[in-house]
Design a protein around this ligand. Structure first.
Ligand SMILES: CC(C)(COP(=O)(O)OP(=O)(O)OC[C@H]1O[C@@H](n2cnc3c(N)ncnc32)[C@H](O)[C@@H]1OP(=O)(O)O)[C@@H](O)C(=O)NCCC(=O)NCCS
Length: 216
């Protein structure tokens, strides 16, 4: 991974990632809201040609943030214990979800609530560890997709149907208001040994994926 300070301008065909590890050792601890705001401004400022403090953000109806500057890239972020991932691109819309791979969710209960009946049945038929991994695969794929469209997850996760066995998300059927499956591309990433992530991208030609490390 290259360092963020060495990052060139964002190319039209690029899907760029910034991985911002959080050792959690700040003393006093930096509030989440403050850390995310600081990282986002650091990552995005160069692409708008303004200093970080001068960036103006808006929110779509369900909370998806965007930059209020002409020609600004699309972006999305996800954070969890241990780090933050920011994705940006100039074509299409991107969504990102980052999770810890050691997460042990109550798979049976959550998959009935958040997945389609067929996906929940598939997970039920697996042994516990396979079901846990399949749950994480599906969850990251669905949440990244919902974040690309901006709908939020409520009512939408069961409508995004993926192959529970595929590590790189394989979309079987999107919700009817998300556009044809052919408009979507997905990428699976491991930004650290403890994390897994999905990037969902709509309406872009095959992008060139680049990754940068942002310390702090
Ligand atoms: C978007 C959502 C999936 C985020 O889930 P999460 O696991 O808490 O968080 P993540 O770390 O992956 O992502 C959080 C970031 O995603 C972005 N985000 C927020 N809402 C978003 C949306 N609707 N679509 C895409 N991205 C969104 C923000 O940058 C947010 O960071 P912030 O909280 O500092 O603003 C979830 O909160 C959701 O479904 N929200 C919709 C809420 C809603 O329907 N509101 C309607 C009005 S009540």
């Amino acid at each position: 991974m290259l360092r963020a300070a060495e990052a060139p301008p964002l190319a039209p065909d690029e899907l760029r990632l910034h991985w911002c590890p959080d050792p959690g050792s700040a003393d006093p601890p930096e509030p989440r809201r403050q850390r995310v705001d600081r990282l986002l401004r650091t990552v995005l400022a160069a692409h708008v040609g303004l200093p970080p403090h001068a960036l103006a953000f808006g929110r779509e109806e369900k909370g998806r943030p965007f930059l209020r500057h002409e020609g600004a890239p699309d972006f999305n972020l996800s954070d969890t214990r241990g780090g933050t991932l920011v994705a940006l691109c100039r074509q299409g819309r991107v969504g990102v979800d980052l999770e810890r791979i050691d997460r042990i969710p109550p798979v049976g209960r959550l998959s009935r609530r958040w997945f389609s009946a067929q996906e929940a049945d598939q997970l039920d038929a697996m042994d516990a560890e396979s079901a846990r991994l399949a749950f994480l695969r599906l969850w990251t794929a669905k949440e990244a997709s919902c974040k690309a469209t901006g709908t939020g997850i409520f009512g939408y996760t069961p409508r995004w149907r993926f192959d529970a066995r595929a590590d790189t998300p394989r979309l079987l059927e999107p919700p009817s208001d998300a556009g044809d499956a052919a408009r979507w591309q997905f990428f699976r990433l491991s930004p650290s040994r403890e994390h897994t992530a999905v990037l969902a991208l709509r309406d872009a030609i095959t992008p060139r994926l680049t990754a940068y490390l942002l310390a702090g």
